[in-house]
Ligand binder design. Structure first.
Ligand SMILES: Nc1nc2c(ncn2[C@@H]2O[C@H](COP(=O)(O)OP(=O)(O)O)[C@@H](O)[C@H]2O)c(=O)[nH]1
Ligand SMILES: [Mg+2]
Ligand SMILES: [Zn+2]
Length: 347
């Protein structure tokens, strides 16, 4: 497929990358029109080619209940539309996708966004603040290949000492290569610190609990009230699920931003690892235990226990590390079983 320069410029404004995988994808595609998925609904898609937004129909197989969700287009995907009809033919290979396992025992994948460079994990500096949950987010973000930025909202409400304490409590995320930024999502001036991260060619997705301030941040970055927001409940800082679907928007700073509804459950798919997720110091400690197979319970010469005893290791972080490790093992087992069942059925 050859795209004329004018159209290419419009696609670029939607976050199109002119890298080697894109060139390969174009060479393989013989016909059709390119557009990016900006919204996904039960009944179909909204796509944008940089010139206009249109609703597009999904190919029939995608609408079948047993069709694997990860094989359907998701928000952020580049799709090929039929030349003479607003029907999606297929999606172009992704360079990365943020996903989680859907609720339930089957580890079905749920795609959150495709082709993203940056995940903004939004967390309020109020009752929403939970280091363990943020560690879990980082595991999912690392699985997507995107960079992680933790955005702490409501800095205007919590006092600078409290904000500093909160940021200190998640220092391990920064040590793992993520950025930590605290701001007032309601202030256009305060959110300016994000503009340099959201320049042309960059696609970012907002994730975080309901009520954390994702839609507020979106509006402040846009400079207009585009996304509906809602007050949180005073007793537990929980939001009310005002955002009902994911939507990709173009920002004045040149980048693309995907707002998402809040997520209650962050289940691992089994494809993640715990590398660069804030537990490296625990893994480094474990390397220095006297016994190779140390379980860090009560063995002599255990460096992990020693670190707990002298307060250089947070017991909450250790507990979460073990929990996530256990979940990963379990998820991998289930995924493997399912693959084996699948291949038996196909034979
Ligand atoms: N004071 C203050 N309020 C905020 C901030 N961020 C969000 N809020 C408020 O928190 C509530 C929930 O925000 P919303 O953007 O709907 O959360 P979402 O569910 O993550 O999209 C709204 O009442 C916002 O005005 C902030 O940084 N400072
Ligand atoms: Mg919202
Ligand atoms: Zn040990």
């Amino acid at each position: 497929m050859i795209i004329d320069p004018e159209r290419l410029a419009r696609l670029r404004s939607m976050g199109w990358r002119e890298d080697a995988p894109a060139a390969v994808a174009l060479a393989a595609a013989t016909e059709g029109r390119l557009a990016r998925v900006t919204e996904q609904h039960r009944s179909g898609y909204v796509v944008d080619d940089g010139e206009r937004e249109l609703t597009a129909q999904a190919p029939a197989p995608w609408t079948r209940g047993n069709f694997p969700p990860e094989q359907r287009a998701a928000v952020g995907d580049w799709v090929r539309l039929k030349d003479d009809e607003d029907l999606i033919l297929d999606w172009l290979p992704r360079f990365g996708v943020l996903k989680r396992a859907a609720a339930g025992e089957h580890y079905k994948q749920q795609l959150i966004a495709a082709n993203i460079d940056l995940v903004l994990v939004v967390c309020g500096l109020d009752g929403d603040f939970n280091p363990r949950r943020l560690e879990r987010y980082l595991v999912l973000v690392r699985g997507s290949g995107a960079e992680a930025v933790f955005v702490f909202t409501k800095s205007d409400q919590c006092g600078s000492d409290n904000a500093k304490m909160a940021l200190d409590a998640v220092e391990s995320l920064q040590a793992a290569g993520a950025r930590l930024i605290s701001l007032n999502a309601r202030s256009l001036d305060s959110v300016k610190v994000l503009h340099p991260l959201l320049g042309p060619g960059v696609t970012a997705v907002l994730v975080g609990s309901s009520g954390a301030g994702k839609s507020t941040l979106t509006n402040s970055l846009l400079g207009i009230e585009r996304q509906k927001t809602n007050t949180v409940r005073a007793n537990d800082s929980r939001g009310r699920h005002t955002t009902t679907h994911r939507a990709l928007l173009r920002l004045p700073s040149g980048g693309c931003l995907i707002d998402t509804p809040g997520m209650r459950e962050l289940k691992l798919t089994g494809e993640e690892t715990l590398d660069r997720t804030g537990f490296d110091h625990i893994e480094a400690l474990a390397q220095t235990c006297r016994f190779r197979d140390c379980q860090h319970e009560r063995e002599p010469g255990c460096a992990v226990q020693a670190a707990l005893d002298n307060d250089t290791l947070d017991p909450g972080a250790l507990g979460n590390y073990r929990k996530l490790q256990g979940e990963l093992e379990q998820a991998r087992k289930v995924v493997k079983q399912r693959e084996q069942q699948g291949s038996r059925r196909r034979r």
